[in-house]
Design a protein around this ligand. Structure first.
Ligand code: ACO
Length: 331
């Protein structure tokens, strides 16, 4: 008898239609150039949500697609976990906004704050609820409107980010893409490297001064250091999930990483001795969408037929917090 394990029934994603190219940024009077951004990051353009669109609106579109592929209705959902650092409001949570929009009245819901690693953290939590029998169907959504956190005068950060959402519907079953394992880690001591200081209890209430100081913008305190840490943690996380399941790195058909910087994957491709073609990359067209990056890339790789049945797929992530980890999936 085949054992029931955690399976992905469907995936979905959505990015807002508005494209913001590197040339558009140049024209916004940001002291940058298409040449610099492409050479140092691999990003050509990113998507930007319209002012009246919030994170749960993007999550809603991605969720509908994932539910459709999964052949499940909103009434089947027992739990909604939303990974985000840009919820519609601090309270209620982003997942509450999404639940209301979906009319998923049976579900209980909560958010996970693990920055760019959020999708894998949410998969890890979903796994526990499914394995212990509390839930039969879990909707995991990673969604961000990063462009609303940006200081458009800070060229070291504002060129990197974009908006979008990715989703997956999970259940226990004996067939379908199987989550072999998830692995998650945190390092709060280095958390201030990637920081959005304002609006929380550590800072003063929102005041004219806090706004003028730029406390409410996302800050990359040391992009160079977080770049090097990301490369190290990506490699560790890939090796951790592959070794845990008794494989070699070479057995992985697709690496679908958090999309932060093309140069990270060029370095990883050399250190892991796997061709860059095995990294499924959306960084060029979407930039860094924090938690949603690898969820969107996963869905696009499924829908364009890149991922084939029986492929071994590894999703390594790294982000603010600091947080990192990976998932290994037998498709
Ligand atoms: N346009 C033009 N010049 C720029 C820009 C820009 N947009 N941004 C920085 N520069 C300049 C700097 O001012 C600096 O100039 P100087 O030498 O005169 O002082 C020069 O370019 C080099 O700056 P560095 O910061 O050393 O550039 P680097 O090659 O490290 O690239 C980057 C910076 C893209 C931020 C890179 O470090 C990076 O991708 N880090 C990872 C950051 C990240 O994504 N963190 C978020 C979460 S972690 C994650 O997602 C994995």
């Amino acid at each position: 008898m085949v054992m029931k394990t955690v399976r992905i029934l469907g995936t979905g994603s959505f990015v807002p239609p508005k494209v913001l190219s590197n040339f558009d940024l140049q024209n916004m009077d940001i002291d940058t150039s298409d040449e610099w951004i492409v050479k140092r990051t691999g990003i050509h353009e990113r998507r930007m949500a319209d002012p009246d669109v919030a994170t749960s609106d993007l999550a809603y579109e991605a969720s509908l697609k994932a539910l459709e592929m999964a052949a499940r209705s909103v009434d089947d959902i027992d739990l909604i976990i939303m990974a985000t650092v840009t919820p519609d409001t601090c309270s209620p949570s982003g997942s509450n906004w999404l639940q209301a929009r979906l009319k998923a009245t049976r579900a209980f819901t909560f958010d996970i704050t693990a920055a760019c690693s959020g999708f894998i953290f949410a998969l890890n939590v979903a796994e526990q609820y499914l394995k212990n029998g509390t839930c039969r169907t879990v909707l995991v959504v990673a969604a961000e409107v990063m462009t609303r956190t940006l200081d458009w005068k800070d060229r070291s950060s504002c060129v990197l980010w974009g908006d979008g959402a990715g989703a997956a519907v999970l259940t226990m079953a004996d067939s379908g893409p199987q989550i072999l394992s998830t692995h998650i880690h945190s390092d709060g001591a280095n958390g201030q490297l990637i920081l959005l200081p304002g609006g929380g209890s550590r800072t003063t209430p929102i005041t004219r001064e806090s706004v003028e100081r730029g406390d409410h913008y996302l800050k990359l305190v040391n992009g160079n250091l977080s770049f090097r840490m990301a490369v190290r943690r990506f490699e560790e996380s890939i090796r951790e999930s592959v070794c845990h399941n008794g494989f070699d790195v070479d057995a992985v058909d697709w690496f679908i990483p958090h999309q932060a910087n093309l140069r990270m994957f060029q370095i990883l491709s050399r250190s892991l001795k796997v061709p860059l073609e095995r990294f499924y990359l959306t960084i060029g067209k979407y930039g860094n969408i924090s938690s949603a990056s690898c969820a969107i890339a996963l869905d696009e790789a499924v829908r364009d037929g890149s991922i084939k049945p029986d492929n071994l797929v590894c999703l390594p992530v790294f982000g603010g917090g600091l947080t990192w980890g990976s998932a290994l999936i037998r498709w």
